[in-house]
Design a protein around this ligand. Structure first.
Ligand code: ARG
Length: 562
């Protein structure tokens, strides 16, 4: 049932043809306060036509309006305020959720078309950084949301497994590395070697030349270089796999930068054929000065290709293989220029689909107000952070509920969930202060709080059981109304989070719903033997469904007991 539409039709019928339905609809507002109703129509636009003040118009029109779906339609200054019939609306909303269950809120916005989402994409032989964690959780949530909106979603991990840094790493390993030491603790040791390379190269710049040489060798297929690279890559993938497993995240493709090596010649050739390639200091570039952007570097003077070249190749490959309707790149804001250049080069190559590519940037993770960085070897290892969160969660859960079954499994969902939620509750462009203690609190704006509320709803349902799936009696008390109104908004919340590529919209929504439900729980005797009992239990069931689904979209589990 579309209530807003019904209100709009009712208005249109009473405006003497002053406005069409299509004109009325976008004018309808959602008042901020419940005492102003559920919809409001501002009458300013009618003043000229009717030659009366908007106040007079509002009161004259409101007088004539009645409709079974609405409890009351009254004027309030220049506005016509419309109040939903709570009983009808609650029956409809709850019945809809109970029949659709986890499919409540699904939409066909995406028309089954393909969307490719490039996210996580860590760099081989380096620790999985906090920045990559943000990309991972934001990207994964967006992938879930896109799927919910009817897209066919392709999750791509564009591994950073190619580039001049591998030349540096090979040089460092050959000079100072020890196979056994590296094997024991690959990522940490490779990072140490990499950091040492930078320190020493400051004094011995010839090391940089050597590194370039080794990367060139790697690009030309040199055996020794290739086998070192493969080793580094496999060790890194093992580490990353542990993290993805802990986070419960998977990908459809792990084609990283190196995958495009044999495709890059054709890409460069194509750019050349389109007369876009020019030389600058011996390097080949695409000039972008007509858009006030620095040139996009395609090939260095020694023939080596670059990050951007591989991204052009990757885009062509993805369009050819997935015919994507949309492409998202969930990558830190420091790469904004790179993506502007990438999209522009593709446009210049004549690909209109480049208009449907979006860079989805995000802010930094801060520790005590400062940016966390992998430079200089001062890293927090993500795996340690996740394990710490799980341990702390286990402790909290044990204190709260010592007899709970499956504590270990639940602690994992709560620990990991706290980390994910701590990120996603913020708008993605804001910087986040990292604090394990804060994120694990069972109260306030945390993942565990929402999970706990979900578990509470499940526990009431275990006790209540008897309720009918098809409700006949609705609820019209103010306590339930806040919850029901919120529940009814879930579908539009999902779409709006997709349109803005903001998982935070859903995170804030589940927080609001959890809060409203908890105050409902605090004031209403849900299980009391009254005629409202079936509807109340239906409300609880609906809350459990929507909280569970909201958490799933964000990438969190929703245990039934905590
Ligand atoms: N590996 C890159 C980095 O860590 C991110 C890659 C993002 N994706 C892309 N297609 N460029 O900075």
């Amino acid at each position: 049932m579309n209530y807003k539409n019904s209100f709009a039709k009712l208005l249109e019928n009473n405006l003497d043809g002053a406005l069409s339905l299509d004109e009325v609809l976008p004018l309808i507002e959602k008042p901020r306060y419940q005492q102003q109703g559920d919809y409001a129509f501002p009458c300013f636009i009618l003043a000229k036509k009717f030659k009366k003040s908007p106040q007079v118009i509002a009161s004259e029109i409101a007088e004539n309006l009645t409709h079974p779906l609405f409890e009351q339609i009254v004027s309030d200054g220049p506005y016509i305020n419309c109040f939903l019939n709570k009983s009808t609306f609650s029956i409809e909303t709850l019945n809809l959720i109970l029949t659709q269950k986890a499919n409540y809120g699904d939409s066909s916005l995406g028309n089954d078309e393909n969307i490719v989402i490039d996210f996580s994409s860590p760099n081989i032989a380096k620790p999985f950084s906090m920045g990559h964690l943000r990309s991972t959780v934001i990207g994964y949530a967006l992938a879930n949301i896109a799927t919910k909106c009817g897209f066919n979603t392709i999750r791509i991990n564009h591994l950073g497994d190619w580039g001049t840094q591998f030349g540096k790493l090979i040089v460092a390993y050959k000079q100072w590395g020890d196979e056994n030491v590296v094997k024991q603790n690959p990522i940490q040791e490779l990072l140490k070697l990499y950091v040492k390379f930078h320190d020493v190269a400051l004094l011995q710049p010839e090391l940089d030349d050597e590194a370039r040489l080794w990367f060139k060798k790697l690009e030309d297929g040199d055996q020794e270089a290739a086998s070192l690279w493969t080793w580094f890559k496999n060790e890194s993938l093992k580490e990353f796999a542990k993290i993805y497993k802990l986070l419960g995240i998977s990908f459809d493709s792990y084609h990283g930068e190196a995958f495009y090596n044999d495709k890059i010649k054709d890409t460069v050739q194509l750019i050349k054929e389109k007369n876009l390639l020019s030389t600058s200091d011996g390097a080949e570039v695409v000039d972008l000065s007509d858009h006030d952007l620095p040139p996009c570097l395609i090939r260095k003077s020694d023939g080596a290709t670059l990050y951007a070249t591989r991204d052009i190749s990757a885009a062509l490959y993805r369009q050819e293989n997935y015919q994507f309707q949309k492409a998202l790149y969930v990558v830190g804001q420091e790469q904004s220029l790179h993506f502007k250049q990438l999209f522009l080069v593709l446009k210049k190559m004549g690909y209109t689909w480049a208009d449907d590519m979006n860079h989805i940037p995000f802010g930094f993770i801060l520790k005590d107000g400062k940016k966390m960085s992998t430079r200089k070897g001062k890293v927090v290892l993500l795996e340690d952070v996740i394990r710490e969160a799980i341990e702390l969660a286990a402790k909290n859960i044990h204190e709260k509920n010592p007899t709970l079954n499956n504590q270990e499994e639940i602690a994992k969902l709560v620990g990991v969930g706290s980390l994910i939620f701590h990120d996603l509750k913020n708008e993605r462009m804001s910087n986040i202060e990292f604090s394990i203690e804060d994120m694990l609190k069972f109260e306030g704006t945390t993942g565990p709080y929402v999970q706990y509320t979900h578990a509470r709803a499940c526990s009431i349902l275990r006790k209540g059981r008897a309720y009918s799936t098809a409700l006949n009696d609705g609820l019209d008390d103010p306590q339930s109304w806040a919850v029901i109104k919120r529940l009814s908004e879930f579908p539009e919340v999902i779409e709006s989070s997709f349109y803005s590529y903001e998982p935070s919209v859903i995170a804030k929504y589940v927080l609001d719903l959890a809060q409203e439900f908890n105050s409902y729980y605090g004031t209403v005797k849900i299980l009391a033997d009254t005629k409202e009992r079936p509807a109340r239990l239906a409300l609880v069931q609906s809350v459990a469904i929507v909280l569970g689904e909201g958490l799933r979209l964000l990438g969190l589990g929703a245990p039934k007991e905590m």
